[in-house]
Design a binder for this molecule. Structure first.
Ligand code: 8YV
Length: 331
């Protein structure tokens, strides 16, 4: 009998996915979900054929350049691949895949929720009741927020998720603007009623709401730099469901504290899982809304991500091109 390939999975996955992986592979699962240490990941890379990491696992150049690294494939359980040194993997002939598309709509839903949350003071209102603060009853001038309809939304990164956000936001009456390396096809721009800004600077200076929906790559690290954040209008606010590293978080905090940016709704952080205590203070003051990286967190989505991982591994092991292969040139 042919030996089954050793597949090491770094975190606990949905039960149905783990069951299927056990049937198909010599699967080493992480049933109690304790994150693996960098040393444990390096060890796994020396024994496994396939590694299934998540956003919490750094697959660094050092791991991939180790002469004893045996990996043939890294099948990321996630869309973003900024946890993997894709160039180093490619140089070593290791195939990298991700799980695109299945989390687009869920992430766009959460982005839309965050777009609504700050101007309509959603969490602030909820906290008044849940923290036993005094509610004296309805008043015509109490807890007023700002209307969403008619506001200008600037989407940074008009890929699958950006477009799904645009579709939703349009239905809420927002005016859709976007910046991307290239404009989207005219037929899509027309469907979304979206205006292209070649200059990110110019777009940032004119928006009411800015939504970050681009991947984190060397080119997008601190794309919203201190200089660019200072271009943003005083009343505007920023939503980020992409990656914390795309925004210079320290500067964002300073600008919100100073009243130079209206606020932010964040699902991701520059030093995840650490959340800057200043952000927590701003949340208590009603200036920001914070979520713990839940953008794609649905049961349905996680199962579909797992199914994608399995298809990618199986096609690779059958010597076919996996559907979701990621090449350095794509980043
Ligand atoms: C996932 C994400 O939770 O897929 C991504 O890029 O950020 C999240 O939706 C995570 O990646 C799982 O690895």
């Amino acid at each position: 009998v042919k030996k089954k390939p050793l597949v090491v999975v770094t975190r606990k996955l949905p039960d149905s996915i783990e069951t299927r992986m056990r049937e198909l592979f010599d699967a080493r699962l992480n049933l109690d979900d304790t994150p693996m240490t960098p040393e444990q990941i390096a060890d796994a890379a020396r024994t496994a054929d396939v590694l299934v990491p998540t956003v919490t696992d750094m697959i660094s150049e050092a791991i991939l350049k180790d002469p004893d690294c045996k990996l043939r494939m890294i099948a990321n359980f996630g869309n973003g691949v900024d946890n993997i040194d894709v160039t180093a993997a490619h140089a070593r002939g290791i195939t990298v895949t991700n799980t695109p598309k299945v989390l687009t709509e869920d992430t766009a839903d959460m982005t839309m929720a965050l777009i609504l949350a700050v101007p309509r003071r959603l969490i602030e209102g909820s906290t008044i009741l849940t923290e036993g603060k005094n509610w004296e009853g309805w008043s015509p001038t109490w807890m007023l927020g700002h209307r969403i309809g008619g506001k200008r939304l600037g989407i940074v990164g008009m890929g699958r998720i950006g477009q799904a956000v645009a579709r939703r936001a349009r239905a809420f009456g927002l005016q859709i603007h976007y910046h991307n390396r290239r404009p989207v096809a005219p037929v899509i721009a027309e469907e979304l009623g979206a205006t292209y800004w070649e200059s990110l600077d110019q777009m940032l200076a004119r928006m009411d709401i800015i939504s970050v929906n681009c991947p984190h790559t060397p080119a997008t690290y601190h794309l919203l730099s201190a200089r660019r954040l200072k271009l943003i209008r005083k009343e505007a606010y920023i939503v980020n469901t992409a990656r914390g590293e795309v925004i210079d978080e320290d500067t964002l905090i300073k600008l919100i504290e100073a009243g130079d940016i209206g606020g932010a709704a964040l699902d991701v952080y520059e030093h995840e899982p650490a959340v800057n205590p200043k952000l927590v203070r701003l949340a208590k003051a009603g200036k920001v809304t914070l979520l713990p990286h839940m953008g794609s967190a649905t049961i349905e989505g996680r199962v579909e991500m797992g199914e994608k991982v399995i298809i990618n591994i199986r096609t690779f092991l059958d010597n076919h091109k996996p559907p979701d292969r990621v090449l350095p040139s794509m980043l």
